[in-house]
Write a protein that binds this ligand. Structure first.
Ligand code: FE2
Ligand code: FE2
Length: 278
């Protein structure tokens, strides 16, 4: 059982360069092309910030690019919302079965594994919440174990480094999630949102943050700044090999990888956190 985990594609409404000069469609297409030789994939997972602006054209283009990759392999694509997404446009463009639901969650069997995608979007904010109704739904699904165990996938990490933007804008009800998965068959939690790779634990379950497709946040910048560099990445998730779950970061072959995309000053970041935080 192998999953190609992508996150934070941030496609814009119009083709062409975004505010950082990055062409989000070209970046996604290049990453998928560089991943074309990976064998044995059973699913592609995209954990949110699919569109940068919630536009239908962005969803349509991501669906076409990722769909072509998946269709060539005869495998499904699983999607979750992120804080940049519009729940309505996301649901209608990506064919989500519960377009009118308060939260866009689904449980999908892939081989002997169950993958549960959750919805942490809070409109107008950058932090994430599962909420009591979704946690109750999750508890009811997890009450019956899956033969190979369960993977949870959603946008906002329930962990954070000692970095203010991560601590204020991550999953706020991580304690509720910890309570819901205690003693259940969850083997791995896959997330995005931070645009960097990060590993931690929730209730002794591995939590993985995959780096962004659109860019990568580089924490070597001065404290309080947000320094983003070019270079699309993804994670190869292996759930069947000995020692699994195994997580391997894949990098697109981009000659400009590592070059500065943007560096946002601490005072600007403080305003963003105040506005989009809790
Ligand atoms: Fe993002
Ligand atoms: Fe995000």
């Amino acid at each position: 059982m192998r999953i190609l985990h992508l996150s934070d594609t941030h496609l814009t409404r119009e083709p062409g360069p975004n505010a950082d000069g990055i062409d989000t469609r070209l970046v996604l297409a290049g990453l998928l092309n560089d991943c074309s030789g990976i064998a044995g994939l059973d699913a592609v997972l995209v954990t949110g910030d699919v569109a940068d602006d919630g536009s239908a054209s962005a969803y349509d283009d991501v669906r076409a690019l990722v769909g072509e990759f998946a269709d060539a392999r005869g495998i499904p694509v699983l999607w979750t919302t992120g804080n940049h997404d519009s729940r309505t446009a996301f649901a209608s463009s990506l064919g989500f079965p519960a377009a009118t639901a308060a939260f866009l969650a689904a449980s999908t069997m892939i081989k002997d594994h169950r993958v549960i995608t959750l919805d942490t979007l809070v409109p107008g904010k950058a932090y994430g919440l599962l909420g009591s109704a979704q946690l109750e739904w999750l508890r009811s699904v997890l009450a019956t174990p899956a033969p190979g165990g369960t993977v949870l996938a959603f946008h906002h990490p329930p962990i954070a480094l000692d970095v203010e933007v991560q601590q204020k804008l991550n999953l706020l009800d991580a304690a509720g999630l910890a309570d819901a998965i205690r003693g259940r068959d969850v083997r791995l939690i896959l997330t995005g949102h931070f645009h960097l790779q990060l590993f931690g634990l929730l209730e002794a379950v591995p939590v993985w943050v995959t780096p962004g497709v659109v860019n990568r946040i580089d924490l070597t910048g001065p404290p309080g700044t947000e320094r983003a560099v070019r270079g699309a990445s993804a994670t190869l998730v292996d759930l069947s090999s000995p020692g699994s779950p195994l997580l391997h970061v894949l990098h697109a072959r981009d000659p400009r990888a590592g070059q500065l995309a943007h560096e946002t000053a601490p005072e600007v970041m403080a305003r963003v956190i105040a506005e989009l935080g809790p």
